[in-house]
Design a protein around this ligand. Structure first.
Ligand code: GCU
Length: 335
């Protein structure tokens, strides 16, 4: 069994969600919340979650503990989301992309070139639309606590430099487990290959795919830059990372515990945004120094190639598609 992927495995760590660990704890039960995610420990988002865990411990005077398991140790993003729904796992941090299959409205983040710039992005996420989307999954037993910065995603490839969508033709590009990512690749002319993040290094190395797309910290910290010689900053999507808790667990927390957790999450957001800006610049430099060619393409042909995706949402009579069309309009109206 790799990485606790069978049901018995889930039960093993799930049983520890509410745990009394010592004689003292028998008198004052200690709450342990397990948090699984897929990023490496050097990543700014992982560091932010450790910061959040520290704040939770300090504020609860050691009565609440968040244990963070990186590197897909508890499963890939889709598996962690499912484990939250079942109550086997308390918390996870995922990209908005795999959330699409659980919460339709999350697809809006996958609309390429939706945000004008990062100021617009944060205005939307920190405002009513961002809040609405965090809580949208409650009926599916999924509650978002906060968003972490995951920058903009761009293509990286092994052997062919990408200057325009035409260069993607005939290439197999790894995408996340996301229908929007598949639509985007189809529109741009590449061939979409969904693979979990933790399996991507090997897939690139062995030539299962010709390239992938991500932000600079993930490109570098997951060591994909060791096997990909080109990084094209076309910045097609801005998908936030989202810290999630299962509502089965959330409902069992007292009002005070909820407040401690939410406030710690909010504090970690501020910390992560500073870390992120530093890491993005630093990692781009690491890639450059390692010999990766950094390409700053004209974004217009990329924008034009994905126009059919916008049209599909905006003109649709299908309720689920129209819901995204509506959100696109509301996001564009945010000044
Ligand atoms: C980003 C994101 C991860 C996600 C990864 C991916 O790194 O932070 O949550 O797993 O992209 O491409 O799968």
């Amino acid at each position: 069994m790799s990485r606790c992927r069978c049901k018995a495995g889930w039960l093993l760590f799930a049983s520890a969600a509410f745990l009394c660990t010592s004689p003292a704890a028998l008198a004052r039960p200690r709450l342990v919340l397990k948090l699984g995610h897929g990023l490496p420990t050097t990543h700014a988002v992982h560091k932010a979650m450790l910061f959040m865990a520290d704040r939770v411990k300090a504020r609860s005077e050691g009565q609440m503990v968040v244990q963070v398991f990186p590197n897909e140790q508890l499963g890939n993003e889709k598996e962690c989301i499912e484990a939250l729904q079942l109550g086997y796992l308390a918390m996870t941090k995922v990209s908005s992309a795999p959330m699409e299959s659980f919460v339709n409205k999350m697809k809006v983040f996958g609309v390429p070139y939706l945000f004008r710039d990062s100021e617009h992005f944060w205005k939307v996420l920190d405002g009513p639309i961002g809040r609405e989307l965090l809580l949208e999954g409650e009926s599916k037993r999924l509650r978002g606590l906060c968003y972490y910065d995951a920058g903009a995603r761009s293509f990286y490839t092994k052997n062919r430099a990408i200057h325009s969508p035409a260069d993607l033709s005939g290439l197999k590009i790894r995408v996340q487990n996301s229908i929007m990512a598949v639509k985007m690749m189809q529109a741009m002319g590449g061939s979409a290959t969904p693979i979990p993040f933790g399996e991507l290094y090997t897939a690139l190395d062995q030539g299962v795919v010709d390239g992938a797309e991500n932000n600079a910290p993930s490109f570098v910290q997951a060591r994909h830059y060791e096997v990909c010689g080109y990084y094209t900053l076309d910045e097609h999507t801005c998908l936030p990372d989202i810290l999630m808790i299962g509502t089965r667990v959330w409902k069992k927390l007292s009002a005070e515990q909820r407040q401690i957790l939410q406030e710690a999450a909010d504090e970690s957001v501020r910390y992560q945004r500073t870390l992120w800006l530093e890491q993005e610049q630093k990692d781009l430099q690491v890639a450059r120094e390692a010999g990766v060619e950094i390409i700053r393409p004209d974004k217009q042909p990329f924008r034009e190639s994905v126009r059919p995706i916008w049209d599909e949402f905006e003109s649709s009579s299908d309720q689920k598609l129209a819901e995204i069309g509506d959100l696109i309009d509301r996001i564009q109206e945010v000044p």
